[in-house]
Design a protein around this ligand. Structure first.
Ligand SMILES: CC(C)(C)c1cccc(C(=O)NCC2(NC(=O)c3cccc4nocc34)CCCCC2)c1
Length: 247
């Protein structure tokens, strides 16, 4: 998949895509990531990319023309059609379903805002959709772009090895439940012992315990992710039992 990121800080994107799974996928040619800096397309000797907002108020606004020229250059770099996605607090919340949809595309262009944002006329004319990674104040859209690059790259065929794929599947699960607790060495520790079932070698009991923990945690911490109506009978019994055992 090709991803072009329009950002005043292309080095940020390069860094965040150089490590781990994403870095490896890029090496394998599964991800073709390009950064484009609107400042390289700004006219005049000051190469302005921002200016003061009409109507007054604090801060600056990113100008139309440098973004327009920068986007045109990015589009021209590859014949494949690409949605132009603006990372924005006004966007639709990013979900794994959306990540799967984006991961299936041949290409996408991500636009990152800085300052107070982008001239609305550019958004109206050039942006396909707006996506938000969460409800908090950020300094720029680059972290949102990095989130999308990571989440989408993990889903590229061949990006994950078998263990990583299994982990991804467990995260994504049929219902998208929260993860169960994880333990490793030592079995005994001053902060507690590993639950006996995990050391029992009884794989059915282990799978049951993990499922029950995921169900219980999702119900306790993120009931919005749990659609109890669509739970299987077995899952409903596991959850009821776990709730009954709560102190
Ligand atoms: C949500 C909240 C608190 C009500 C809110 C309300 C109003 C403004 C902001 C805010 O943060 N403005 C700054 C700005 N943020 C983002 O780009 C951004 C923020 C959050 C999730 C994102 N996902 O992608 C991009 C995201 C970066 C500089 C250019 C203008 C946008 C926040």
């Amino acid at each position: 998949m090709r991803i072009d990121v329009i950002t005043l800080f292309p080095e940020f994107m390069a860094q965040s895509a150089a490590l781990g799974v994403v870095g490896r996928a890029a090496e394998r040619g599964l991800l073709d990531l390009h950064g484009w800096n609107p400042r390289d397309y700004a006219e005049g000797n000051y190469r302005r990319v921002d200016d003061r907002p009409f109507g007054g108020g604090p801060g600056m606004v990113m100008l139309i023309e440098p973004l327009r020229a920068c986007l045109a250059a990015a589009k021209a770099a590859d014949p494949a059609p690409a949605p132009v996605i603006y990372l924005s607090p006004q966007g639709k919340p990013l979900t794994q379903a959306k990540v799967r949809e984006l991961a299936a595309l041949p290409r996408m262009i991500l636009l990152c805002g800085r300052y107070e944002g982008v001239d609305e006329r550019f958004l109206a004319a050039e942006v396909t959709e707006e996506i938000s990674i969460g409800d908090y104040v950020l300094s720029g859209g680059e972290l949102g772009a990095a989130v999308i690059v990571d989440a989408v790259t993990r889903l590229q065929e061949g990006a994950l090895n078998d263990a990583e794929s299994a982990a991804q599947d467990s995260f994504e699960g049929p219902q998208g439940l929260l993860d169960c607790p994880h333990f490793s060495q030592p079995a005994q520790h001053e902060w507690g012992d590993v639950p006996d079932v995990l050391r029992s070698g009884n794989h059915a009991a282990i799978a049951r315990w993990r499922r029950q923990q995921s169900l219980l945690r999702t119900w306790l911490r993120r009931p919005d992710l749990l659609d109890e109506a669509s739970l299987s009978k077995a899952d409903r019994i596991l959850l009821d039992q776990a709730r009954a055992e709560l102190p």
